[in-house]
Design a protein. Sequence first.
Length: 154
Amino acid sequence: MLKEFKEFAVRGNVVDLAVGVIIGAAFGNIVTSLVGDVFMPIIGAVTGGLDFSNYFVPLSKSVTAANLADAKKQGAVLAYGSFITIAINFIIVAGVLFLVVRGINALRRAEAGKPPAAPTKTEALLMEIRDLLASERPAPRPPVTPAPPAPPSA
């Protein structure tokens, strides 16, 4: 069982998946920082100090706080500002992934459009030998058809 697990764990697809998950987590942190530290302050400056992170609707009368952190301590709140920030995160991630896939597809199309590479000297010699052997081979004989069976005698 341990041997099977080792074979499974070191298989190329599993390792590739693990690397993808780790890079994805790191990419998520980069996007979160990009949105929280770059885009949202710019949006806030353009809209006159608008800060989505503190947009909420209190769901109970006991919530009287002006910011989201204190409001959550007082009771239930609908934090739609957080949702807006996460939606912006998603749009940025989707846009970046679209551009990455688009770039990869462009590279694949460029590779597919290239003419095949010229054969190496070794390959050219092997093809020449193959062609010479094929030309020296006698032509195949036509297939022999069996004679029809004799009619039954009465």
